[in-house]
Design a protein around this ligand. Structure first.
Ligand code: HEM
Length: 496
């Protein structure tokens, strides 16, 4: 069977291993050549394995355990795969856990996905983008005025301690239509066991556990943490049902542009509702899941990178002040002028793509032609039933597309740049629906923060003698998760 599998891909180079350790299982094994590529290998190895094998698409044929996988870091091949949705559909069996609250756009394919996309896409409108911007500004202002107050220097032990709440509060307001503040202690409403803020927070930070732990085990309530997780999921569902009922019964319809209101409006037209309540909640939950950590971690890496590169931070600051000449805070209208903010964001996403593997499957016997760095071409057969991983770190660190790929150089995103070689949000018809949501939020947060504060890595005498590379490795140490997770980015923010 193994020999047949190798033959079916014409022995195209790549991993030949004893076990199939694709998916979450691989995270339990270290790298053992011939046995398994090792945990977190897509991030650890980046473009190295492609370089070693001489092609930007390599195969993974395990001796035991099912199918062949193709790792792809070739920009043209990725464009072909993401464009042809029917030839390379999404393997939705891998997404089953995500249907916890109900069917949704991320965990579906075919006509069902088409229906979800048709109904949900209009919610990510220009008016929603403006709302995202305004709410991000409010959240940042609230942080500066009511949390950091008149402190000149703020020591943030791990930058996600501020970026996770920022992203949560923005999605609370612009996604769910409920404004949340940093300090205000909400009272638990009658009939609820926790506040909306706590439910949202616990759900979004523990989603992985809730999805993998079976109901019967969670119901045992063995630890406080497990009890909190269960309560928060139940409560979030109950809050969402309540919000649906309240909006349906409201006599006067308000003009609202948060995602939740837009989905409700789309559902309230003539005839049959287009989404069942479970699908409404399922899609909102997926927006929270897809948009919270990814954006929060990206902002964390961005502040870390600016702290490590003071020259780039100064360049960014000069750029922001040149756009906002009178020292005012940025408005949504400034978005396009804040091009260096977007360049910093894109360079962060290139260096730290939150999603490392975008899975696809091969629906029919087919092939893809690729060219390597020496200009040689080859056509690789892809048998029906194989799987594909679009390898974002491999692509983003591919020196054919990105000269000096390990260097933080935001300016590479000014002017022309290789768009097909940048896929943090995937590409084609199944590309991220929340891309503009996330970009708007990130640019607003970057611009407001860098305008008011200077950011530096916290000085620590324990690491006084470290080299630049050691410092980079320490500050940006990460682990796999729903999206790649920074382990500890210690920063100091100093008021300008
Ligand atoms: C830095 C931030 C983000 C990154 C890197 C990111 C990345 C991605 C990626 C790689 C996919 C494709 C996943 C797959 O094929 O399995 C995706 C899909 C999606 N994302 Fe995002 N995302 C981000 C933010 C957001 C936000 C803020 C939202 C919503 C508020 C969102 C909503 C979605 C949705 C609904 C899909 C499914 C689209 C479809 O299948 O038609 N994302 N995202």
């Amino acid at each position: 069977q193994f020999r047949r599998a190798v033959h079916s891909v014409q022995n195209h180079p790549g991993y030949r291993t004893l076990l199939n350790t694709l998916g979450p299982v691989e995270n339990f094994f270290p790298r053992i050549p011939g046995l398994t590529p090792g945990s977190f290998h897509m991030w650890q190895r980046k473009h190295k394995d492609f370089e070693q094998h001489g092609w930007d698409m390599i195969t993974y044929v395990p001796c035991f355990g099912s199918r062949t996988n193709f790792y792809v870091a070739d920009a043209d091949a990725i464009r072909e795969i993401t464009t042809h949705r029917h030839r390379f559909p999404k393997p939705i069996e891998q997404y089953r856990l995500l249907t916890y609250f109900g069917g949704n756009i991320v965990a579906s394919e075919g006509d069902v996905w088409k229906r979800y996309r048709r109904i949900t896409a209009p919610a990510f409108s220009e008016r929603n983008n403006r709302l995202v911007w305004d709410e991000t500004r409010l959240v940042m202002q609230d942080l500066f005025d009511n949390v950091w107050g008149d402190q000149r220097e703020i020591d943030v032990g791990h930058c996600v301690d501020i970026t996770l709440p920022i992203a949560l509060y923005v999605i609370g307001a612009a996604g769910f239509g409920r404004r949340i503040s940093w300090k205000a202690d909400e009272v638990v409403p009658l009939g609820h066991a926790c506040t909306f803020k706590d439910a949202l927070h616990t759900v979004s930070t523990n989603v992985f556990y809730r999805l993998v732990i079976p109901d019967w085990f969670l119901n045992l309530g063995l630890t406080q943490n497990l009890r909190d997780i269960k309560t928060s999921f139940d409560e979030l569902q109950s809050y969402m049902m309540e919000m649906i009922r309240a909006r349906r019964q409201a006599e006067k319809k308000e003009e609202r542009y948060d995602l939740f209101s837009s989905l409700l409006d789309a559902n309230a037209g003539e005839g049959e509702p287009s989404l069942a309540d479970s699908e409404l909640i399922g899609n909102l939950f997926i927006f929270l899941l897809a948009g919270h950590e990814t954006t929060a971690h990206t902002l964390c890496y961005a502040f870390g990178l600016l702290a490590m590169h003071q020259d780039e931070q100064e360049r960014l600051y000069q750029h922001i002040t040149s756009v906002l000449r009178d020292g005012r805070l940025p408005e949504y209208e400034d978005y396009n002028s804040l091009s260096y903010c977007q360049a910093v964001l894109y360079e962060t996403l290139r260096l730290f793509p939150p999603v490392h593997s975008i899975p696809k499957s091969v629906a029919e016997d087919t092939s893809i032609t690729i060219t390597n760095a020496n200009g040689q071409r080859t056509t690789v057969p892809m048998p029906k039933g194989s799987s594909i991983s679009i390898h974002t770190p491999g692509l983003h660190y591919n020196p054919r597309h990105w000269p000096d790929p390990h260097r933080f150089a935001p300016a590479r995103f000014l002017g022309e740049w290789p768009r097909d070689a940048f896929v943090p949000f995937s590409a084609g018809p199944r590309a991220c629906l929340g891309r503009r949501f996330s970009e708007t939020e990130s640019v607003a947060a970057l611009a407001t923060l860098v305008l008011r504060y200077r950011v530096a890595v916290r000085a620590d005498p324990r690491f006084a003698g470290e080299t630049c590379d050691e410092r980079w490795a320490r500050v940006f140490a990460s682990r796999p998760g729903v999206s790649m997770t920074p382990l500890g980015v210690p920063l100091v923010f100093t008021r300008r």
